[in-house]
Design a protein around this ligand. Structure first.
Ligand code: UDP
Length: 398
């Protein structure tokens, strides 16, 4: 039926690492750009369409990343190709029927995977059903540098890499240059738009209008040493001689409700805003002068779009290591995991080292790719319209 909307199926899993944020950014951009021409469904294939224990993957992930040794073990023992391939094969036979039901239910015209564990099984299922040359399958990678090898699958129609570095890794994993695109990480479409002037935003958000502001966060889950860093910042941003603050603090705790409670029960010497999960991150960033965060890809990409220098204070072993070098090597921020040192660094940026802050802000801005999400969505829309897959492309060329 040519009149029906084209169906886009986004496979993600709520396991941190910006997967949900990227999935939502893609969905929102499809709606913004094409309205009713496309119908976009975001699906957690693990949670919704696999039997126990596979539907526990998102929960297990939350548990494991909080226990670093366990996570490192899992991440690195699954990295060699021969291990994850045989593991995927075993997993696949077991859950294929369920996944197939899940995939077929949606009757997608194009599939987008934004998760490292959403290539092998779905592609195997599509191949077994003779659908791999009918439905374009795309991967949108959400790690900025060090990628788990399960991100890369040679049978994808297109693989969207956020950086040149990731593109190199994809080539090494055997993908062809014609399968690869480098546009940047997809970020919610509103992020690139100009906001109100800083003073006005600060007034709206209930912040101090003049004092320089540091935004402290820990990804969607509010992870990392947020409390101790907030305390240290309040000390360093208070001038004991003049008895007045020289900076202000915004703490965004995400889904970490306990952290909100703890912080709200403390006394602060500087102006402090404490927030739970916010939906207007773009405004909080635009109202701030620098960010302290764990090395989440979403937060980093957003901060670069806003031209905000970053202090990265932690990273999830494995996939987030490379995010740190992405920021530091490009002169857009620093890595430091000691709350007192971080606090000193920010106080310097707001005082004697203002020039360094400015330089890093301009370096950050250069890395920002606000148009990435639009470019990715337009290319995927075209695939949905033409139905071009890797197989049909090969046929065209031979
Ligand atoms: N985020 C948000 N509101 C909050 C906390 C976080 O919208 O209160 C967003 C943040 O802007 C980013 C994403 O959640 O887009 C976090 O992604 P990231 O890759 O930084 O870390 P994750 O938590 O996914 O590991």
């Amino acid at each position: 039926d040519p009149g029906r909307p084209k169906k886009v199926l986004i496979l993600m899993s709520d396991t941190g690492g910006g997967h949900r944020a990227s999935a939502e950014a893609l969905k929102a951009t499809f709606e913004l750009e094409f309205g009713e021409e496309f119908e976009v469904t975001v699906c957690d294939l693990w949670k919704e369409h696999t039997p126990w224990p596979f539907n526990q993957v998102p929960k297990t992930y939350s548990f494991m990343v909080k226990h670093e040794t366990l996570w490192k073990l899992a991440y690195h023992t699954t990295a060699p190709r021969f291990i994850h391939q045989s593991q995927m094969a075993a997993t696949s036979t077991f859950i294929a029927r369920e996944v197939a039901k899940g995939l077929l239910k949606y009757q997608p015209d194009v599939i987008i995977s934004v998760h490292p564990l959403m290539q092998h099984v779905p592609i195997r299922v599509l191949r077994a059903r003779g659908l791999l040359n009918k439905i374009p399958f795309t991967t949108v990678i959400t790690d900025l540098s060090t990628c788990h090898p399960t991100w890369f699958h040679r049978s994808v129609t297109k693989c969207f890499c956020p950086t040149k570095d990731v593109e190199q890794r994809a080539l090494k994993a055997g993908l062809l240059p014609s399968q690869l695109r480098v546009h940047g990480l997809p970020i919610r479409p509103g992020f690139g738009k100009p906001t109100k002037p800083k003073v006005e935003l600060r007034r709206d958000l209930g912040m101090n209008e003049e004092l320089p502001a540091v935004l402290l966060m820990g990804g969607g889950e509010g992870m990392g040493p947020v409390e101790s860093t907030a305390r240290a910042l309040c000390d360093s941003l208070y001038d004991n001689n003049k008895r007045k603050p020289v900076g202000q603090l915004v703490v965004i705790c995400g889904r970490n409700k306990k952290l909100v409670k703890t912080l709200e029960s403390l006394d602060w010497k500087c102006p402090v805003k404490i927030e739970g999960f916010v939906t207007n991150m773009v405004e909080w960033m635009a109202a701030s002068d620098c960010v302290i965060s764990k090395a989440g890809p979403g937060t980093i990409a957003e901060a670069t779009i806003r031209g905000l220098p970053m202090v990265l204070n932690s990273y999830i072993a494995g996939q987030e290591v490379g995010n740190v070098s992405f920021v530091v090597d490009n002169g857009a921020g620093k890595y430091c995991d000691k709350p007192k040192e971080i606090a000193g660094l920010v106080a310097d940026w707001f005082g004697s080292k203002a020039a360094e802050l400015e330089r890093m802000a301009s370096n950050a801005k250069k890395l920002g790719r606000p148009d990435a999400v639009f470019k990715i969505v337009h290319e995927i829309a075209e695939l949905a319209r033409t139905g071009e897959t890797l197989a049909t492309r090969k046929l065209m060329y031979t």
